[in-house]
Design a protein around this ligand. Structure first.
Ligand code: BGC
Length: 725
């Protein structure tokens, strides 16, 4: 009995209860451990944690059990191993990974569950490769149709970006791998990305460019953030006190690691004080000469950077290490690579992303059993894309092309007449930039062969669009046109065979006005990752009913899009002013009443849906309340399918300009034929606010708000009014 009492007292004492203290939380225990470690470290050891020791690694402190930190690209797969001290691949045989379709395709699925699934797979594969930080997701706003990295990003809309980025990050980090949301901030073009100075109004910053990062940090719990290359209002993003210290640290409460993009550091003292933690990729051979190496030690010794600032950075690094179980936690995820489940996830992601843009005369789905022959045309029918795009390129275990998939699935019962149709031109390099020699060249020999193939086939499918000579890091496209004479190819093939289907493989907007009236059916199939061919073949055959929706507006021509209409892309004298302000993407098209080729949120299905019964739980709300929006979705056709019901909100009368409408909710609803579901979506009144530049805060003006239920930004089926008082 006595023994038990003593034991109990000891336990209570240890837990602090007898001393009248509360038990320590996990967070407090972690902070104590961090403090203890920091106290034991020399200045040199601390600074060793704040810059890379090679391309993708950062030194640890062996004597204290702090391991090396391993980082890896990229957003849609774990990049193959790169040599420590140069950019060549290491040539490993065990680093072929699962490759998902890139960001725009993820967003096109409008399915957050797929983002979560992707995060889990990436986490497992990163751990298998012994990586600690995965450099993604890339969540910059798609501002210009020409940005070379649009394919890596998600959308033109911050609500959709946030809805996809948050589950991706949560899932990835649940596998003990830190996400790195990039590129913070306003890296919306590749042209001059190392030099451009971006001016954005405070309102556009708050309403468009920041929300994705805010959601990633506050809802997703992102452990690291990558600062962009460009300048923002005169200061480099990696040393921008407003962005890094005031917003990221003070407002958003971010206490993870802020790292540079590769070779984006510009100073020691300024960057250190602004809140940068980790310097990566600096183009100096001697790592000791980097800004956050010897110069930082010197700056501390000279009193220019307080030791407390260095301690803060070291703590941030250790905190991330602790959260991903790097500091001696035996329960850390071991990971796995290329399992059938991973490959299935890549397939699901590719299949659900495909958008059916038009389908006249129900040419799709194709009943392959009834066909005798099919013409498969286009360079993209046989081109593999996963190994392109620069930092997001993936050495994938396999990549199924459309021609391979069609041959495997239907080749035994029908004749496949393949024709290349157009040729990818050679690529050249100019300084850091990659370009194409002649993207407008029409090759009539190839077109004639394609026409011949189409003429002798029951149907023709053209796989066209872009490739990673265009959709790539480092430079933007010159125009929005289909390259290599594809428009003429498509027109000629369509003349030869009225049953011509076009599948666009691309990650950013293209001008389709020259083909929409020539062919009955168009699919937007994106870069589909390792399962690209299987996904598109299954959509063609109807095994999969397309359910993707465009995550960006497809303008009729480049001049329609705001930055080009206003002439403020790519800027002048290395400055770019985002003059379109809050009117990016569909916000511009809607407000200015410009009809695009295909609107944001658009996509058809092989079945039909009816949306009805839109209502709210009450008519009048206070500013701190939530609207419970209710409606019904019914599959009125004969095929299983999914509709993405979208809720947009507008405020018709307001003292400041408001976009005509803005996305504030959506749900992808899967339904059997005849089935219906009642959907309830919460919309916070606080999310209807605008950013008031005068009062420097969010503001809701009492009055009427309209809630629109639609299947795209161009198709609103019902509207209800609510009043906010
Ligand atoms: C890109 C980053 C990438 C890094 C490392 C940079 O050029 O902008 O997105 O993570 O390289 O490869």
């Amino acid at each position: 009995m006595l023994k038990t009492t003593i034991l109990l007292s000891l336990c209570l004492f240890a837990s602090g209860l007898i001393r009248g203290q509360k038990a320590k939380t996990q967070g407090e225990i972690e902070e104590t451990k961090i403090l203890t470690l920091v106290k034991k470290m020399t200045l040199e050891e601390k600074v060793g944690l704040l810059h890379a020791n090679s391309k993708f690694y950062v030194s640890g402190v062996e004597r204290l059990g702090i391991p090396e930190l391993a980082l890896s690209d990229g957003p849609h797969g774990v990049r193959a191993e790169i040599n420590r001290h140069n950019w060549s691949y290491s040539g490993w045989t065990n680093d072929s990974s699962t490759c998902f379709p890139p960001g725009t395709a993820l967003a096109a699925s409008w399915n957050p569950a797929l983002a979560f699934e992707r995060g889990l797979v990436l986490g497992e594969e990163a751990r298998f490769r012994k990586k600690d930080v995965l450099l993604g997701p890339g969540i910059n706003i798609i501002r210009s149709p020409l940005c070379g990295r649009n394919f890596e990003y998600l959308s033109e809309d911050p609500f959709l970006i946030s809805a996809m980025a948050v589950p991706y990050i949560q899932a990835l980090q649940s596998k003990d791998v830190a996400a790195s949301v990039k590129h913070y901030l306003a890296n919306n073009q590749e042209d001059n990305r190392f030099k451009i100075d971006v001016s954005v109004s405070e309102r556009a910053l708050r309403e468009l460019y920041l929300p994705g990062f805010k959601a990633a940090i506050t809802r997703g719990g992102a452990l690291t953030v990558m600062a962009a290359y460009n300048k923002f209002r005169g200061d480099w993003c990696s040393e921008n006190d407003y962005l890094d210290r005031q917003i990221l640290r003070n407002e958003l409460g971010f206490n993870g690691v802020l790292m540079t993009d590769w070779d984006a550091a510009h100073s020691t003292v300024k960057a250190a004080l602004a809140g940068l933690d980790l310097e990566m990729g600096t183009d100096k051979k001697d790592y000791n000469e980097w800004y956050f190496a010897n110069p930082l030690i010197q700056a501390v010794k000279e009193g220019k950077v307080p030791l407390s600032v260095v301690n803060e950075k070291v703590s941030n690094i250790l905190r991330v290490m602790m959260k991903i179980k790097m500091l001696g936690d035996k329960t850390r995820e071991i990971g796995s690579m290329n399992t059938p489940d991973h490959q299935r996830a890549a397939y699901n992601s590719a299949a659900e992303a495909i958008v059916l843009l038009q389908n006249q005369n129900k040419v799709l789905p194709v009943d392959f059993a009834k066909l005798k022959s099919i013409a498969v045309i286009g360079d993209n029918a046989t081109r593999k894309h996963t190994n392109g795009g620069l930092s997001s390129e993936i050495k994938t275990l396999y990549e199924v092309t459309p021609l391979e998939a069609l041959t495997r699935k239907f080749g035994s019962s029908l004749k496949i007449n393949f024709a290349q149709g157009y040729e990818k031109q050679s690529t050249f390099y100019e300084g850091n930039n990659k370009g194409q020699s002649d993207t407008k060249k029409v090759d009539w020999k190839l077109i004639d062969a394609a026409v011949d193939a189409a003429r002798k086939s029951d149907i023709a499918v053209i796989f066209g669009g872009l490739n990673h000579d265009f959709d790539t890091e480092s430079f933007d496209r010159q125009d929005m046109k289909l390259p290599y004479g594809q428009e003429i190819l498509i027109q000629e093939v369509a003349k030869a065979n009225p049953n011509t289907i076009v599948a666009i493989i691309a990650g950013s907007p293209l001008e389709l006005s020259g083909i929409v009236n020539r062919v009955p059916s168009i699919l937007w199939a994106w870069y589909g990752g390792m399962e690209a061919g299987n996904a598109v073949a299954d959509v063609l055959s109807g095994k999969v009913n397309p359910s993707g929706k465009m995550p960006f507006t497809l303008p009729v021509s480049l001049e329609q899009s705001p930055d080009h209409a206003l002439g403020n892309y790519p800027g002048h004298d290395l400055r770019v002013n985002y003059e379109e302000d809050i009117l990016v993407g569909y916000r511009w098209f809607d407000t200015k009443k410009i009809a695009p080729q295909f609107p944001f949120g658009y996509g058809l299905s092989y079945t039909t849906f009816e949306l009805s019964g839109l209502n709210t739980d009450k008519p009048l709300y206070h500013k701190d309340e939530i609207i419970h929006v209710k409606f019904m979705v019914r599959n009125t056709g004969t095929t299983f399918g999914a509709e993405v019901a979208q809720i947009y909100v507008s405020e018709p009368v307001c003292s400041v300009l408001r976009p005509f409408k803005e996305l504030k909710g959506f749900e992808k609803v899967f339904l059997q034929p005849g089935e219906s579901k009642t959907i309830e979506l919460p919309v916070k009144i606080s999310d209807l606010a605008y950013y008031d530049e005068v009062q420097k805060g969010w503001k809701i003006e009492p009055g009427d708000f309209l809630l629109h239920l639609g299947t795209s930004s161009g198709n609103v089926v019902q509207t209800v009014k609510i009043v906010v008082n």
